[in-house]
Design a protein around this ligand. Structure first.
Ligand SMILES: Nc1ncnc2c1ncn2[C@@H]1O[C@H](COP(=O)(O)OP(=O)(O)OP(=O)(O)O)[C@@H](O)[C@H]1O
Ligand SMILES: C=C(C)CCOP(=O)(O)O
Length: 340
């Protein structure tokens, strides 16, 4: 159903292909073990790398003056923010290729409220689920605002967009209605849309949780980005949970026309399609790494390369710039690509 909707929306008026859709994984930008706690350093570095990836100038190494766009007063700030209006008026442009979409996960925001109340299982007649739906949305939208602010401080013209508020809904947890016209218009206008995993209405279950990973697959089907990047807290997909000291990083995975995948690199696991061993945190309501691999394989099947890597590393910067290929021996991460 969602695929049909995607076909319908791929109109001739659609803008030039998006360069990159990036997931800022909740495991990377929040402290997963601590309720509603942002990993400030990781978020700052992800936003700085996004700016670098968008930058149109190679730069001479000297730090460029960034046009900060968070002009609101923050708690504890002694004065109103200073805005150098004259300097801004004199700027020729932002000097950024803003043709990116950012989607972030919930991490230590949202998952706790959703799992405590069972929002992912549906049943809005229950007062607990109804309250949990509200609490989940308060939590993820507050994270969304912090991420939009962090991007704005890097001079990225970001605008927050909630799937629920854009009217997105599911049917038995699969996307049923996901109109992207507001996202497309915002891209057209030079903004960077910032979406997030959200609590949404479901035609059959009443409500559920829509993962950022699923949102990314839908947007990739619709907008055919050049590449898709998942940034998380581990270097990529391993053959077993990376907490196991014997875990091996799967550097390249190939997806065939039917959507089946097999390992290409490392050679010792070549041809392995038995699946990877995955552990998912008890409070995770959207399937963790398992969902990510499924959605990434569906994107790769479309002929779009997917890079999964660790946020805040030289490897994440290369992924965001699209500077990765099957020959990149020194790149640490997982490439998921079509076998065709
Ligand atoms: N086989 C595996 N390979 C890689 N990571 C795995 C594997 N099994 C379990 N994991 C765990 O998956 C986690 C990353 O998936 P997760 O869905 O939490 O990431 P995220 O997208 O950053 O977070 P969120 O879903 O909150 O946005 C890692 O912390 C890792 O420990
Ligand atoms: C509201 C929630 C919990 C969104 C979950 O999104 P994800 O972390 O991308 O799976």
């Amino acid at each position: 159903m969602a695929e049909e909707a995607a076909q319908e929306q791929r109109s001739p008026t659609a803008p030039r292909p998006v360069r990159c859709i990036v997931k800022l994984g909740g495991a990377a930008i929040t402290n997963k073990g601590e309720l509603e706690s942002i990993n400030e350093e990781s978020l700052r570095s992800a936003c700085a790398q996004l700016r670098q990836a968008m930058s149109e100038s190679e730069g001479d190494g000297a730090p460029e003056k960034v046009l900060g766009m968070d002009w609101s007063k923050r708690h504890g700030d002694p004065a109103d923010p200073a805005v150098d209006a004259e300097w801004i008026a004199g700027m020729a442009g932002l000097g950024l290729d803003t043709n990116f979409i950012v989607v972030h996960g919930a991490g230590s925001f949202g998952h706790f409220q959703a799992s405590r109340s069972g929002v992912h299982k549906g049943g809005l007649h229950s007062t607990l689920v109804k309250a949990g739906f509200v609490a989940t949305r308060i939590s993820v939208t507050s994270l969304n605002q912090e991420i939009v602010r962090a991007l704005a401080r890097e001079g990225i013209p970001s605008v927050g967009m909630s799937p629920f508020a854009c009217g997105w809904s599911t049917s038995l947890r699969k996307l049923a209605s996901a109109n992207a016209s507001q996202i497309i218009q915002s891209l057209h206008a030079g903004f960077v849309p910032v979406l997030h995993g959200d609590a949404v209405l479901d035609e059959l279950l009443d409500c559920t949780i829509l993962s950022g990973d699923v949102i990314i697959r839908h947007l990739a089907q619709l907008l055919s980005p050049k590449y898709v990047v998942f940034l998380t807290d581990v270097h990529g997909v391993y053959d077993r949970p990376p907490t196991d000291p014997n875990a091996v990083l799967l550097k390249e995975i190939e997806v065939d026309g039917k959507g089946s995948w097999s390992v290409v690199k490392p050679a010792l696991l070549q041809g392995n399609n038995k699946g990877v061993e995955i552990s998912v945190a008890a409070h995770d309501t959207t399937g963790g790494m398992e969902t990510k691999i499924l959605e990434a394989a569906a994107i790769a099947r479309l002929g779009i390369d997917v890079y999964i890597t660790k946020a805040g590393t030289e490897h994440s910067l290369r992924a965001l710039k699209g500077d990765v290929s099957s020959d990149s021996e020194d790149w640490l991460g997982t490439i998921i690509r079509s076998s065709k």
